[in-house]
Design a protein around this ligand. Structure first.
Ligand code: BES
Ligand code: MN
Ligand code: MN
Length: 454
């Protein structure tokens, strides 16, 4: 391990320069004008995999390509690990809120700011560097490795399940390792015991064929904006629970041991409040803040479009209204079932004077970890050594839909160890990662391999 750590220390400056180069490529998967940047990012990742000593190919899909890196020289008797990450990023807007531009990586106070710094380029890249350090520093790895870097995670991975299914043999593995989540607190690494799932919808309310004068028609013609407000209000009870009949049927009650472990975490509520800067916090009655985030489902309006929103007043009765609404799900909820329940609920309460349609956008199933086995133990030891403190077990409110598919299709357990800081501004302006997390992340992953070998 000394040779590997010497290599990491000796090459760290170059590792960072390369990370900056990666972050300068605006690989925004949601925007067609960035298709060229996505391609550039894919071939850049493939080149870095080759630098590390892996073979690499850029594999086209109906959407953005998957980059597949492989090193199988540990032999047929050694276990195989699959490392997954994504090289695409969220759009950077609103641009004017970035202190330094989104695609010009900038270090302030030891923290690196750029879109993708945490989600997920920084975390994907640290795995590639850990592999490079192992293969170039020690000349060997105790396990076979497959690296899957996808370019469509931020648009719901529409082509990844077919990819995994059609490459099942090439991706065969004993465990999947993913770094696309956060640490519990700065300096405290974590392993995830769960991820929430996602069910995302667009609700459209159509009233009159065109906009009307609200004085001439208001009061006699039903207003789609008012109806949409009623529909949205009907989704939640005043105690913070979800009011859709049947919604809780599949919600698992977590065991008391997990709930107790959550209570025992050194959670700093003041720091959390500082992160969100809201006048107050609230959620489902009977559950703590962390439980509300990790082990309970929720429903959020993500956007509303209706009527006149420009300067001043315009007396209009809008023809239509639209809301984007998402549910975060917990084991054993199913996004399709949630869609059915939502539609049935709306059907029961929609007034006959408007037409409501519900479109399904992303879906992803919730995930619960297996917290034992040699890979889990190796990860726990590696994180403890690299960060100088034992990792804690945490849940995660966000979603990585492919996790459950990996587990089912490849029949392998999934391990999530995140290196993003809490409050990393993922998807928001001024996304960042402490350079220390990038460095210790590389050390932790290299140590993970060493633990598997020893
Ligand atoms: N890396 C995130 C998921 C995440 C966020 C994990 C925060 C841990 C902490 C991932 O890239 C993501 O953004 N997922 C989306 C879902 C996807 C279908 C667009 C999410 O959670 O909204
Ligand atoms: Mn991510
Ligand atoms: Mn993301």
């Amino acid at each position: 391990m000394a040779d590997v750590n010497d290599y990491i220390n000796g090459e760290m400056a170059r590792f960072k320069d390369e990370l900056f180069e990666f972050l300068r490529i605006p690989s925004v998967s949601a925007r067609s004008e960035h298709a060229g940047d996505i391609k550039e990012a894919a071939s850049w990742v493939a080149d870095r995999m080759r630098d590390a000593g892996l073979s690499a190919s850029v594999i086209e899909t109906p959407g953005h390509p998957v980059v597949l890196g492989e090193w199988k020289e540990a032999g047929p008797d050694a276990p195989t690990l699959l490392i997954y990450g994504h090289y695409d990023v969220q759009p950077p807007e609103p641009l004017d809120l970035w202190v330094s531009p989104a695609f010009e990586p900038t270090v302030r106070d030891g923290n690196l700011f750029a879109r993708g710094a945490s989600d997920d380029k920084g975390q994907l890249f640290l795995h590639i560097k850990a592999l490079e350090a192992q293969l170039k520093g020690s000349g060997n790895l105790p396990v076979n490795v497959v690296v899957v870097a996808e370019g469509e995670e931020e648009v719901g991975s529409p082509n990844l399940v077919p990819f995994v299914e059609s490459h099942r043999d090439r991706l065969a593995c004993d465990a999947v390792v993913i770094s696309d989540s956060s640490m519990f607190a700065q300096g405290i690494p974590s392993l995830l015991f769960s991820l929430r799932g996602l069910a995302y919808f667009e609700i459209h309310v159509q009233g009159p064929a065109g906009d009307l004068h609200s004085g001439s028609y208001g009061g006699a013609v039903v207003n789609p904006g008012n109806v949409l407000a009623q529909l949205l209000d009907s989704l939640k009870n005043s105690d913070g629970s979800i009011a859709i009949p049947g919604f809780y049927d599949d919600v698992m009650d977590w065991d008391e041991k997990t709930r107790e472990a959550i209570r025992g975490l050194p959670f700093d509520q003041a720091e959390f409040e500082g992160e969100v800067r809201a006048p107050g916090l609230n959620g489902e009655a009977g559950f703590s803040l962390l439980e509300r985030l990790w082990i309970r489902p929720t429903c959020d309006v993500n956007g509303i479009l209706c009527g006149y929103t420009g300067e001043g007043a315009k007396t209009v009765l809008p023809a239509k209204a639209m809301a984007k609404v998402s549910f975060r799900l917990v084991p054993n909820q199913d996004p399709e079932r949630v869609g059915e329940l939502l539609k049935a609920h709306l059907d029961r309460i929609v007034p006959p004077e408007v037409e409501v349609t519900v479109e399904e956008l992303h879906g992803g199933r919730p995930w619960k970890a297996e917290l034992e086995g040699p890979f889990f133990e190796a990860a726990r030891n590696a994180l403890a050594k690299a960060f100088g403190t034992d990792p804690v077990l945490t849940g995660e409110g966000g979603s990585i839909p492919i996790v459950v598919d990996f587990q089912e299709i490849l029949e392998a357990p999934v391990l999530l160890m995140g290196f993003a800081p809490p409050g990393a501004n993922m998807h928001a302006p001024n996304e960042w990662i402490p350079l220390e997390n990038f460095e210790n992340g590389i050390r932790a992953v290299a140590q993970f391999y060493a633990e598997l070998g020893g």
